[in-house]
Design a protein around this ligand. Structure first.
Ligand code: SOE
Length: 394
């Protein structure tokens, strides 16, 4: 159970330096603060320094989030001798530069998803990570939802053959924070900063999860994307002020095919009114099905098709037992976890990878592969030939 352990203080420290302290930086901080207090680890993460451009704001963030020092230049953060691991929580346009520099400086790296804004950047990052592996460094991408206990259990059940041969993988990731046309032109809506819109932001998670759960890469995709609100106010709080173009998608729908022949379908959007963070996954196989919804993240639905029709049917597994993935160190059964715990679990797995020198999953190569799928989605969406119009009578 948490906070009863006396072990962590004995472990040698692993100095962490984090770049960026907005939403994702806050979530990662929570993970780093908590992980050594809950899990017995071979190394004890020490929150050495956080980095941001605004000196006053980064100092405030350091205090609030529990970082010992504040830096205003990421190069200085990387150079610190008390930083052995660099955690990148900045917008995608700076991932490649920071990650490659940190790896060259001999540091381990955790990089938020999507790995990069382009396939070319992701290729350079993956190459740098492969070279660094030879020197014993590790580099991991922050696909945190893999560490939701219910989804980790789903992965285990698929790998154990409980679903038989997979036929369908269905992933929807629905949010609604862009429904309001007065929402300003934030960095997530600009291609040069974010790479893409809902596709990179939510689709990256969806693709990673689909492939992780299926245990195989997608072989091809066919896609449609749309930007419903094409201009937005440049500044927050000035809905009638100057406007600028939205250069990324609001939503993407696409289908995919695995090498096994299994079919996948994806829907990712930031304009699904009423859906806040609805990441829904359903898998259908020859022996059964699994269903998950992040808004009810302590539950996994399982239909065992080997049972008689009279007894089969979806049943709810309450994923809070100590022998469920990641839950050995948490609360007694029935006392569920939340969104933030996925970052604690991510930190746990990364610390073990660093300590044992094993390749972490998802690696930068995994991040690159997801990037290639996202690029294929954009390519397909931009090509009319994959879209076959239906003829309607006049
Ligand atoms: C914003 O849409 C966002 O914060 C994503 O960037 C995260 O990856 C996702 O976990 C929650 O939503």
């Amino acid at each position: 159970m948490p906070y009863d352990s006396t072990a962590p203080a004995a472990a040698p420290p692993l100095g962490v330096g984090m770049v960026g302290y907005a939403f994702m930086g806050q979530a990662h901080s929570q993970g780093w603060r908590t992980v050594g207090r809950v899990f017995d680890l071979p190394l004890r993460p020490a929150l050495a320094a956080v980095c941001g451009r605004d000196p006053a704001a980064v100092r405030t963030a350091a205090e609030r989030l529990g970082w010992a020092a504040a830096e205003t230049d990421w190069r200085a953060l990387i150079a610190r001798p008390d930083v052995q691991l660099v955690d990148i929580c900045t917008p995608g346009d700076s991932h490649a530069e920071i990650a490659i520099a940190a790896l060259a400086a001999g540091k381990h790296v955790l990089c938020e998803k999507p790995l990069a804004n382009t396939v070319e950047e992701a290729e350079a990052m993956a190459a740098a990570a492969r070279a660094a592996r030879e020197r014993g460094q590790v580099a991991m991408v922050g696909f945190n939802y893999r560490r939701t206990p219910a989804l980790a259990l789903a992965r285990r059940m698929v790998a154990d053959g409980r679903l038989g041969e997979l036929r369908h993988v269905r992933v929807c990731y629905l949010q609604d924070w862009l429904v309001d046309p007065a929402f300003p032109l934030a960095w997530r809506l600009r291609r040069e900063a974010a790479g893409s819109g809902a596709l990179g932001d939510l689709g990256a998670h969806a693709v990673d999860l689909a492939q992780h759960l299926a245990g195989a890469p997608l072989a091809g995709v066919s896609a449609q994307t749309e930007t419903f609100v094409r201009e937005r106010p440049l500044r927050e709080g000035e809905p009638d002020g100057e406007r600028g173009p939205v250069t990324v998608d609001d939503a993407a729908v696409f289908t995919g095919r695995f090498g096994s022949g299994a079919l996948a379908s994806f829907e990712v959007t930031r304009v699904a009114a009423g859906r806040k963070n609805a990441l829904r996954v359903e898998l259908n196989g020859t022996l059964g099905s699994l269903a998950f919804d992040l808004e009810r993240l302590n539950e996994l639905e399982f239909h065992d098709h080997t049972q008689t029709a009279g007894e089969a049917g979806f049943r709810r597994i309450l994923v809070t037992e100590h022998d469920h993935p990641y839950l050995e160190a948490w609360w007694p059964p029935g006392h569920g976890l939340g969104y933030e715990h996925t970052f604690t679990h991510q930190a746990r797995d990364l610390v073990h990878a660093v300590a044992t020198g094993t390749a972490p999953a998802p690696s930068f190569d995994d991040g690159l592969q997801v990037q290639r799928v996202l690029a294929a989605v954009e390519e397909s969406a931009g090509r009319d030939c994959v879209y076959t119009p239906v003829q309607h009578e006049a």
